[in-house]
Design a protein around this ligand. Sequence first.
Ligand SMILES: *Cc1c(COP(=O)(O)O)cnc(C)c1O
Length: 496
Amino acid sequence: MLYTSTRDKSIRVTSSEAITRGISAEGGLFVPEQIPSLSKEDIERLSKLDYRGRAKEVLSLYLTDFTKEEIDSCVDGAYADGKFSSSETAPLVALSDGTQILELWRGPTCAFKDMALQLLPYLLTVSAGKTANGKQIVILVATSGDTGKAALEGFKDVPNTKIMVFYPSDGVSPMQKLQMATQEGGNVAVCAIEGNFDDAQSGVKKIFTDPAVAAKLAEKNMMFSSANSINWGRLVPQVVYYVSAYCDLIAKGVVRNGDSINVTVPTGNFGNILAAYYAKMMGVPIKTLICASNKNKVLTDFIETGVYDRRRDFYCTSSPSMDILISSNLERLLFLMSGMDDVKTAGWMKELSENGVYDIGSEMLGKIKALFCGGYCDEEETKSLIAEVFSRDNYLCDTHTAVGVKVYNNYKEATGDATPTVVASTASPYKFSKSVLEAVSPDENLNDEFDMVERLHEITGFECPEQLLSLRSKSVRFRECCKRDEMEEAMLKIML
Ligand SMILES: *Cc1c(COP(=O)(O)O)cnc(C)c1O
């Protein structure tokens, strides 16, 4: 299987090249030329395997230039016993109304990013071995909070790699900031920027595609790669957990093999929901993909009108990992939905960068509406949802998951659709203790982050990850903050 670029279909590379490069030279994203399929019998067989077994099978369909041994060792390393706090890796928990919560946050950094970023360093090391001629890989990351920490943890002390993370100084939760600022490892760097996530992402993309910077790296026998979800190596591990969730629903008797499900994903960059769409195209019987946004509802509006318009106010919300106005993975959906039309896709992306808006027209919109449903919820609704689910089910959602559950509840009410539904749960509630505590116990008066964590645990009894508690005694290593236009300089100074 080969990979092509969303902006230039004449480009054809192996999966190793797509993963090593991260982004195509002209700015497009790599996508597989064909979608592999899973038959009903395949799914039956996968439902009898554990998470690692399922991951190996799904990955082998996409990473066809990896040997079986390479895939096995990547998967066994990434999801080794003890790395995730659940033996199922990504367990399903049913709420009393039947909603299936897919807990994707049981990895080392307590957000769903671990599902992919524990695996990516292994995939990248194998890929670079095949294609990078011994060059050192420099990973640049823009983060809205969780990717940064998960990438740092995944790449920490991985030989022949260096990693630098940029995060918006006022756009992450105190716990997210502390997780990054205390990161250990000899090959890591962290820098805040004065700006929001979109600024960080645009800055990183600009550095990536600047030939002068690439030349400077080449002189030192280094090359860039990306750990953001623009990298195919981030997306393919995410496809696995949707396949796995369907298998678990069969194993639990919630559905029979072949029955339809819906999937709801709280998303900002459109990465996680795109992975669900790939699972659907492969043959997992997903009927509707429900795209949940917070107050930054650019995706809700897009799915409603076909107009993607980022020219709007940016809000800092209690679900900061979804505070995004440029959803970079939407590019892959547009490419697929337009029948792999690279010229059209490149045109829309050009309009977005030049005018901040594009319109896909009614035909494309119709195709998207047949599969996707968009919705959003505001800050008050997010809080009430957390309180409601906790009082009813004794289950604690983080703020992002709450957006997903709320939007799903609204969908169910509006449509009457009773199809069994999986909601992606994307973070541990303790990563956003302040907001979650405010929701379940509005009259607390605490200021210290860890006091809030402890209080939340006291009130709810909900399991609190040790890795978050242990941050209290770690020392801060990274305090740098740079301006938007200083990112390149900061990167060159630290990484070269
Ligand atoms: C990253 C993140 C999201 C959004 O994921 P997308 O890649 O934008 O789909 C949602 N919730 C949490 C907790 C996250 O860390």
